[in-house]
Design a protein around this ligand. Sequence first.
Ligand SMILES: *Cc1c(COP(=O)(O)O)cnc(C)c1O
Length: 419
Amino acid sequence: MPKNLEHAAGLERAGELKSRIQDYLDVEKSIETGFRMRERSQKNKEKIMRYFNAKEADWNNWGWQMKNRISDVHILKNFIPLQDFEVKELDEISRQFRWAISPYYLSLIDTADYRNSPIYKQAVPDIREIQNDSGYDDPMGEAETCPAPTITRRYPDRLIINVTNQCGMYCRHCQRRRNFEQKDTHASMANLVLALDYIRNNEEIRDVLITGGDALMLSNSVLDWLLSELDNMEHVEIKRLGTRTPVTLPQRITPELCAVLARHDPLYINTQFNSPMEVTPEAKKACDRLVKAGVVLGNQAVLLKDINDNAHIMKKLNQELLKIRVRPYYIFHAKQVKGTAHFMTNIETGLDIMEKLRGYTSGLAIPTYIINAPHGFGKTPLLPNYMLALDDEELTIRTWENRVIKCEPMEPDKMKSGF
Ligand SMILES: *Cc1c(COP(=O)(O)O)cnc(C)c1O
């Protein structure tokens, strides 16, 4: 082939591939991330610190962040220009549902445009929580799959221990909202001991998820004890913690906590970033510390209307996560939880997002889209369909670019001889 034509086909294809990403490149620069909005959140932080008369060391202390969580609209309105009707609504909701925002998470809100802020929507109650009562309190029937105190078992080889109902923040879209109407309570030691007995006596359990609430609301010493008990069971191969603190309270990820976690490998932490705005320098620092402690990080996003129900935003979120070494694991279709109907999306929206991830970005940035079957029958993946037909003669597939390709079934006993 003449030298000048050598790369012609490759160049043409490259041009075609470049055109595949143009619509994303056109909007990418306008997608806000925690890093891009740094200046604004720093200003918010200074204002909040002045209000609380706090020092930098207070801000960086998770105890201070927890103690000064904002859960009163009359304090919130010092930072966000709420209108009178909103103050009234928030007062009304507060009588029924708890809410609490850490000063840190509050600092991420764009106060000039708070009604459209994905941070505000996740943290501050909306009147629709009490106006629309469609949905269920316990859509997954967790109460029905509880063989021992604090345990939810829905699969053959793994289970959940719910160690607390406490969280750094009470996400408005929470699937366990029914648990946070009450006060903060950790599981009693007696119940944890019963839960551990159950695991000890059921040797097929090889994977134990400690969650809640938020697993990292437990003290370092209780976590250390619980993880040690699990380490002492030979059949428990891995442990996982469910926590949203890297997102809502990254100050919780202290060197002391990481020293504890480092003693209990193999340990996985799944967290929940839902917006690229949540991927901040503070979140990165928390994740860096966890990775250095040998923890493997994953993300379980929830598909939420007007927060991340858009392929470009979801792609940016997952790419931002890879930069801080958090591997996208699941995107959950929102459950029909009473008080959260305004967050729900159509399944088509989720499938469209999946369609626009595969091929268009790193496989590492592609989580599995999951819908939860009713009655606790388990997580079920939903996927665009890529296999159109298969018989003895022929396989028909559809590629990420929507090319329909017929080929030989690529199976060992159907291989034709070459030449
Ligand atoms: C989600 C969940 C698990 C873990 O499921 P994976 O798909 O392994 O992440 C285990 N037990 C219960 C009850 C769950 O809800």
